[in-house]
Design a protein around this ligand. Structure first.
Ligand code: SF4
Length: 387
C-alpha cells in the first residue's frame, strides 16, 4: 500500500473540524437556568420531575451515556434499538433523548406527529455525522453524475448521519444501515447497482466490504469532500466498487495495533473485542468484532473468569466491568476515551429539560423538516425491510 493511501486510512486532520458546516453545530447554550453540576439534589430533582411527567414522557438512553443519566433511562440501547423503541412507543407524548443529535432526529422521523423529541443539550452532536454535510454530499453525487457512474451507484448511509444525508439516500434509491446490518445493506445495494457510495464512516464501510463481502482493499477508494472530485481520478472512480466517504468516529478511531499488542503482551489469554468503526487494521486483528449491542451480548455470554479488552466508548466499558465483576474487563486504550459530544448530556441538562416541561415549557425540541423526514423515512424503512 502506498504511503499516501495509508495516510488516507488514518484519522482526519484536526483542521477538518474547523471546516465543518456551521449549521450542523447545534448551539451551545441553554435557554434557562441550568442547575450547577455541584447542585447536591440533582438526583432527587430528576426523580421528582420524571414522576411528575409520568407516562407522558419516556427517557431513552444510549449505551455510551454517563451513569448519572442512564439511571433515568426507561430503555437503553444503541442508536438502532432506541429508534425502534421510539417508534414502538406511541403513547409517550414526550421523548427525552439521552444520546446525540442524529439519534434524536431519527426518533423524530420514526415517531408520530403528536410526539415530541427533546435533546437535553443541543450541542450533543456527533463528530462523525458532521463530517458529511448535505452540500458536500450533493457535490459528490453531481460529480458521480458527471463521471457517468451515479446511475449505477447505490448510496448506503450509516445511521450516524444527519437527517439531510438520510434524505439524500432515500431520494437516490439507497438505504440506511447500522453496524449490525451493514453487511446485509451492502449486499442489498450490490443487488441493485454496481457500486456503493458508503457514508459517512469509511471504517465501517471498508470493514464491511473487505471482511464481510470479500472485496479487495483496492476495490475501495476514499472520497475526500475537501478535494476536487473527491481527490480521485476518472479511472479510480470508474474502477471502484465501493466509494468510501472520508469520515470516521473520533472515539473508535483512537484504538490502534499498538493497543492490541500492548494488551496481549500484558494480559495473557485476553480477547480483543472491538466495534467495526475501528480502523481496518484493528478490526482485522481483533478476536471478536461487533456492534454496541453485539459487544454487550458477547460479554453476557462469555465464561466466568474470561478476559476481555474492549475497544468502544469508555462509559459502556466501565458499565460492563462493573456489571460483570467475575470477568476481567479492560479498556483497550491506555488513555481515557469518552465520546465528548455524547457526554454533553449530563444530569444538569436532563433536570433542566424535564423540569422545564413540568412547568409547561417545551425546550430543545428536535423537529425534522417534513420534506426531509419523508425521504429520510424511506431510507430508514428500506433498512427495516432488508432481506
Ligand atoms: S462515539 Fe463516535 S460515532 Fe458515536 S456519537 Fe460519539 S463521535 Fe459519533
Amino acid at each position: 500500500m502506498s504511503a499516501s493511501r495509508l495516510s488516507e486510512l488514518l484519522l482526519l486532520p484536526a483542521s477538518s473540524a474547523a471546516n465543518s458546516d456551521l449549521k450542523s453545530e447545534r448551539g451551545v447554550s441553554c435557554d434557562g437556568e441550568l442547575p450547577a453540576p455541584s447542585e447536591p439534589h440533582l438526583v432527587e430533582r430528576a426523580t421528582a420531575a420524571k414522576k411528575a411527567l409520568g407516562s407522558r414522557a419516556m427517557v431513552l438512553g444510549h449505551h455510551y451515556q454517563r451513569d448519572e443519566v442512564i439511571q433515568f433511562a426507561d430503555i437503553t440501547g444503541d442508536s438502532f434499538k432506541l429508534a425502534q423503541a421510539a417508534q414502538a412507543n406511541t403513547s409517550a407524548e414526550f421523548i427525552f433523548f439521552a444520546g446525540v443529535h442524529f439519534m434524536a432526529e431519527s426518533a423524530d422521523i420514526l415517531t408520530s406527529e403528536n410526539q415530541k423529541v427533546i435533546l437535553p443539550d443541543l450541542a450533543a452532536g456527533c463528530s462523525m455525522a458532521d463530517m458529511a454535510t448535505a452540500v458536500q454530499v450533493d457535490d459528490c453525487w453531481n460529480a458521480l453524475e458527471k463521471f457517468g457512474v451515479a446511475g449505477k451507484t447505490i448510496p448506503i448511509t450509516y445511521m450516524n448521519s444527519s437527517a439531510a444525508i438520510k434524505a439524500f439516500t432515500g431520494k437516490n434509491g439507497g438505504a440506511v444501515c447500522t453496524s449490525s446490518n451493514a453487511e446485509r445493506a451492502m449486499n442489498w445495494a450490490f443487488s441493485k447497482g454496481e457500486k456503493v457510495l458508503f457514508l459517512p464512516d469509511q471504517h465501517l464501510g471498508r470493514n464491511t466490504a473487505v471482511l464481510k463481502l470479500g472485496l479487495k482493499l483496492s476495490d475501495c477508494v476514499i472520497w475526500n469532500p475537501w478535494k476536487t472530485n473527491g481527490g480521485l481520478s476518472d479511472s479510480e472512480i470508474q474502477n471502484a466498487k465501493v466509494i468510501l466517504w472520508r469520515g470516521h468516529c473520533s472515539v473508535h478511531g483512537r484504538f490502534s495495533m499498538q493497543n492490541i499488542e500492548d494488551m496481549r503482551g500484558r494480559v495473557p489469554g485476553v480477547k480483543i473485542l472491538v466495534h467495526p468503526e475501528c480502523t481496518h487494521e484493528v478490526v482485522s486483528n481483533a478476536d471478536v468484532v461487533g456492534s454496541t449491542e453485539a459487544i454487550i451480548r458477547t460479554i453476557e455470554a462469555s465464561e466466568v473468569g474470561s478476559k476481555w479488552a474492549i475497544g468502544t466508548e469508555l462509559n459502556l466499558v466501565q458499565r460492563l466491568a462493573n456489571t460483570f465483576k467475575d470477568r476481567e474487563i479492560l479498556f483497550l486504550d491506555k488513555t481515557v476515551c469518552y465520546c465528548s459530544t455524547m457526554n454533553r448530556i449530563d444530569l444538569p441538562h436532563l433536570v433542566w429539560a424535564m423540569e422545564s416541561l413540568v412547568e409547561g415549557r417545551l425546550v430543545n425540541q428536535i423537529s425534522v423538516e417534513k420534506e426531509v423526514a419523508k425521504h429520510a423515512r424511506l431510507a430508514l424503512e428500506r433498512m427495516l425491510a432488508l432481506p
